[in-house]
Ligand binder design. Structure first.
Ligand code: MCA
Ligand code: AMP
Length: 507
């Protein structure tokens, strides 16, 4: 077994723990502040100590390499200490969003087969409702074990985390990322955006997706920077922190910039000027996870003086394309390949497209790219052409080699507020309701949300009751915002739903 015994093999253990580079890099940073959250400020030394405590307790309870470990912990110091603790124990860290209803979490329990589910005490009820086996769930405060226990030897090829992402096939799939892939993603972004220990960033994004977890949280701590963590987005709080002049970086989805613009517009002139002055000392603002409307980019440039750096990524690949840190950021474009990432465009026969301005599927290769969906070998195989991952996004390249995202190959994927949502998953949930006979879920364009979810249904379900019913089964951002009751749904001769025509029903 890959298991080391404490002091006797210290030098080897030191070498091997090097494999979790984000943790290794944090040693020696001592009393420097790593994280501030609503409960206080915590140094890198405190973070390492707490992560080791959690790791020792996990190994004591479940043994080394405990496999998938779910953790339901709000954004903050405890979240990161738990994630690192799972890594030090050799486990696969799977973040669970605090806003998800118990039924969605139960799916994660079942799909991962996790034998350990850690939760913060205030979420005890939800965790226990989601997981029927009481031997699996345990509160962080109850996690206990001998501090002197040996920690396992973790290799770069070991699985580090799993992020669930929606696809075209209904239920979300677990994207497995190894320590090597995570480390390469962090190196790539650190180089491209010149992360530095003097950086200070505020995270307001949810902690169950790559944007908040990797691009902000892990990048900040990998580089010895200071990370401010907030459990949710509040425009007034973001304005206050930017006004302080203490932040150097900010990263968010387009909807957040849209909401910040709205907030700015309703402030008095003096408050606006103070916010603008604070933003002048920031060095970079990034937008991603969904297309950034050029109107938002322009309005934000006028307010903040910053041209948002738009980049493109996906849960399966981390970040792939980015506008430059220094140089011209082209509005409407997502830039060129990031370090350690190779990108190509292919046509419908999967032939490589060389000519500029010829749309094709974007495919991505590199050590940043995941290798498998959890327990889904067939879907994994279908997603790759050799080492090339098929993103399903349609893009084109201009004469200078800069990429632009044109859309997606599937209309069953919706992007709302930066969240990727499967129309099929919502349709399946709707069909379980006794008052719904047929349904079709589509995306409607929205300036604020990118897209909003709309559901056309036949049957006699009451909209308000149906919404409440869905809220018990789906995450809040998966609930349709528009409902339409109709006598029949448009279908072709084969009985297939005509989603373009369904969309028109809403106009
Ligand atoms: C919430 N509301 C919505 C939506 N979400 N309405 C339409 N569409 C939606 N998607 C409604 C709520 O029902 C509520 O209405 C009101 O808006 C406020 O809800 P609340 O949840 O408070 O909204 P918020 O906190 O302002 O949230 C907006 C948000 C959030 C901060 C933009 O959606 C968010 O955190 N998005 C980021 C997701 C993300 O991190 N994606 C990255 C994945 P009412 O009051 O009437 O109930 S992509 C990724 O990781 C890849 C790798 C990448 O490239 O980055
Ligand atoms: P997710 O699976 O949640 O990681 O979402 C990834 C998807 O978000 C990609 O496949 C794209 O469709 C979309 N996306 C991410 N960044 C951008 C961007 N800058 N412009 C357009 N679409 C984007």
């Amino acid at each position: 077994m890959r298991y080391l015994c404490g002091g006797a093999r210290l030098s080897k253990r030191r070498l091997l723990q090097h494999m979790i580079s984000i943790i290794e890099k944090s040693k020696g940073r001592g009393s420097r502040i790593a994280i501030t959250d609503n409960t206080g400020s915590y140094s890198y030394a405190q973070l390492l100590l707490e992560a080791r405590r959690i790791a020792a307790a996990i190994v004591h309870r479940n043994g080394p390499f405990p496999g998938p470990v779910l953790f339901l912990v709000p954004s903050g110091f405890s979240y990161v200490a738990t994630q690192w603790g799972i890594w030090l124990a050799g486990g696969i860290a799977i973040p669970v969003h605090t806003a998800h209803p118990a039924e969605e979490i139960a799916y994660l329990v079942q799909d991962t087969g996790a034998r350990l589910f850690l939760y913060e005490t205030s979420f005890a009820e939800k965790a226990q409702e989601a997981c029927a086996d009481p031997s699996v769930t345990i509160a962080l405060t109850e996690l206990d074990g001998p501090a002197a226990i040996s920690l396992p030897e973790v290799r770069q090829t070991d699985d580090a985390m799993m992020i669930y992402t929606s696809g075209t096939t209904g239920k979300p799939k677990g994207v497995v990322i190894s320590h090597l892939q995570l480390d390469t993603q962090l190196r790539s972004l650190s180089e491209a955006w010149a992360w530095h220990s003097s950086d200070r960033i505020l995270n307001v994004l949810p902690m169950h997706h790559v944007h908040g977890v990797v691009n902000i949280t892990c990048c900040a701590l990998y580089n010895g920077a200071m990370l401010e963590m907030q459990p949710a987005f509040d425009p007034a709080y973001v304005a206050e922190r930017m006004t302080s002049g203490e932040l150097t970086l900010f990263m968010a989805v387009p909807t957040i910039y849209h909401k910040l613009i709205q907030h700015f517009q309703q402030l008095d002139a003096r408050t606006q000027e103070a916010w603008q002055a604070g933003m002048r000392s920031m060095r970079l603002m990034v937008s991603g996870s969904a297309a950034l409307p050029v109107t938002v980019l322009e309005q934000w440039r006028q307010i903040s003086g910053h041209t948002l750096l738009e980049r493109y990524g996906m849960t399966e690949i981390g970040m792939a394309l980015s506008n430059p840190l220094n140089g011209i950021r082209k509005p409407g474009y997502v830039g060129t390949p990031l370090p350690y990432v190779a990108v190509r465009l292919t046509d419908e026969q999967n032939r490589i497209i060389e000519a500029p301005r010829s749309p094709g599927e974007l495919q991505v290769k590199g050590d940043t790219v995941f290798r498998r969906y959890w327990n889904r070998p067939e879907e994994t195989a279908k997603s790759f052409d050799g080492d090339w991952f098929r993103t399903g996004d349609i893009a084109e390249r201009d004469e200078e080699g800069t990429y632009r995202i044109l859309g997606r190959s599937s209309s069953d994927i919706i992007k709302s507020g930066g969240y990727k949502i499967s129309a099929l998953e919502i349709e399946n949930a709707l069909l379980e309701h006794p008052g719904v006979k047929e349904c079709a879920v589509v995306a409607l364009p929205s300036e604020e949300w990118g897209e909003t979810i709309a559901a056309a249904i036949t049957g006699d379900a009451d909209t308000a009751l149906l919404k409440d019913w869905l809220k018990e089964r789906l995450a809040p951002y998966k609930i349709p915002r528009h409902f339409l009751h109709t006598d029949s749904l448009p279908r072709n001769a084969m009985g297939k739903l005509l989603k373009k025509e369904v969309k028109q029903l809403f106009q």
